[in-house]
Design a binder for this molecule. Structure first.
Ligand code: GRG
Length: 319
C-alpha cells in the first residue's frame, strides 16, 4: 500500500462532512445581499439557482480543513453553535470561493464555451434563465464573492490577513487563474490532441482547477494564522491535489462513458481531446493520480489527517 493508504483510516472524512456541510449550505443559502423587488428578483434567483444546486463543496471543505490544520480542530463534542463560531472566518472564504466556482461553471456551460444543457443534475443556468441573464448571474456572483468576503470578514479577521486572502482570491480568477487556464484549454482544443503536451495539460489544470484549490487551502491556512513558509508548503499540497482532481475527472469521464456504452472505448476515444487517460492510458492515469496524492501529503505534519483524507477523496471519488 502507498503512504496514503496506510494512514487514511485515522480521520473520518464522512463524519467531518456530516458536521461541516450543513454549515456551508446554511451560509450559502443566505449569502447574497438582496432586496425583494421585481427589479432584482430574477438575477438573484438565477444566482441562487446555480449556487444551491448541490455540488460536492470540495473547496469550502478544503478551506475548513486547512484552517483546522493551522488553528486546531474543534472538539468532537462541539455544539452546532460552537462549530459555527469556530468556522466563522473559514466559511466566509469557503462561500466566497464557491460563488466564484459557480460563476465559472455557469460561464463554462454557455453556448460560447462547452454548450451544456445539464449541470449538477439539473438544467444549466442559461437553459432556465436565458443566455443573457446567465452571463450576468455569473458576473454578479463574481463581484458578490469579494463583497461577501469583506462584509463577513471585516469584523473578525485581522485586516492585513483579510487583504492577503482577498488579493489571492482575486488573482485566482484572472489571467493567471481560471480565465487563463480556460483560454489555454480552448487553444489546445483547437489543435489535434497529438500536438498537446503533458506540460500543456498540467498548465491548463493548474490554473483551471488548481487555482481555486490553492486559494482554498492557502486562504484557510492564512485565516487560521499560518506564517509565510507554512502557506508556501501548503500550496505545494494544493497544487498537487488540484492536478490529481483533474486526472481523477478524466478517469471518471472515461470510465463512466465506457460503462454507459458497454464498450472499452470512452468519450475520449470519440472526441480528439487531450486528456490524461489519452496520454497515459487508464492504468497510467490511475497511477499518476495516486502519485500526486502521495506527493501532496508527504510534507504534512502530524495533524494533517484531514488534509490527507481530502487528497484521498479527490483521487477515489465517484463523481
Ligand atoms: C469569467 C473571469 C471568468 C472566468 C471563468 C469559464 C471559465 C472562466 C473557467 C472554466 C473553469 C472550469 C469549468 C474548470 C473546471 C473545474 C472543475 C474541475 C469543475 C468541477 O468541479 P467539481 O467536481 O464540481 O468540484 P461540483 O459540481 O461538485 O462543485
Amino acid at each position: 500500500a502507498s503512504l496514503g493508504d496506510q494512514e487514511l483510516d485515522e480521520f473520518s472524512l464522512k463524519s467531518y462532512l456530516s458536521r461541516v456541510t450543513p454549515l456551508i449550505e446554511e451560509r450559502l443559502g443566505s449569502c447574497l445581499s438582496h432586496q425583494d423587488t421585481p427589479e432584482t428578483t430574477k438575477i438573484t434567483e438565477a444566482m441562487y439557482y446555480s449556487l444551491l444546486a448541490g455540488g460536492k463543496r470540495v473547496r469550502p471543505v478544503a478551506v475548513c480543513l486547512a484552517y483546522d490544520y493551522i488553528s486546531g480542530a474543534p472538539p468532537s463534542d462541539a455544539s452546532d453553535a460552537q462549530l459555527k463560531e469556530h468556522y466563522r472566518d473559514a466559511l466566509s472564504l469557503g462561500v466566497s470561493i464557491e460563488m466564484i466556482h459557480t460563476m465559472s461553471l455557469i460561464h463554462d456551460d454557455l453556448p460560447a464555451m462547452d454548450d451544456d444543457d445539464y449541470r449538477r443534475g439539473r438544467l444549466t443556468c442559461h437553459k432556465v434563465y436565458g443566455e443573457d441573464v446567465a452571463i450576468l448571474a455569473g458576473d454578479s456572483l463574481l463581484s458578490s464573492s469579494f463583497e461577501y468576503l469583506v462584509r463577513e470578514g471585516k469584523a473578525s479577521v485581522e485586516p492585513l490577513r483579510l487583504l492577503e486572502v482577498l488579493e489571492r482570491l482575486s488573482a485566482s480568477v484572472g489571467n493567471l487563474g481560471l480565465a487563463g487556464g480556460q483560454v489555454m484549454d480552448l487553444e489546445c482544443e483547437g489543435k489535434p490532441s497529438a500536438e498537446v503536451t503533458l506540460d500543456d495539460l498540467r498548465w491548463i489544470h493548474k490554473h483551471k482547477t488548481g487555482a481555486l484549490l490553492n486559494i482554498a487551502v492557502a486562504g484557510g491556512a492564512i485565516l487560521g494564522g499560518a506564517g509565510e513558509k507554512t502557506v508556501e508548503d501548503l500550496e505545494v499540497y494544493a497544487d498537487k491535489i488540484g492536478l490529481a482532481f483533474q486526472v481523477a475527472d478524466d478517469i471518471l469521464d472515461c470510465t463512466a462513458t465506457s460503462e454507459e456504452l458497454g464498450k472499452t472505448a470512452g468519450k475520449d476515444e470519440a472526441v480528439d481531446k487531450a486528456t490524461y487517460v489519452r496520454m497515459m492510458g487508464l492504468d497510467g492515469a490511475r497511477a499518476e493520480a495516486r502519485r500526486l496524492r502521495d506527493e501532496a501529503i508527504r510534507g504534512l505534519g502530524e495533524n494533517g489527517g484531514g488534509l490527507k483524507a481530502l487528497a484521498d477523496f479527490i483521487v477515489n471519488r465517484g463523481n
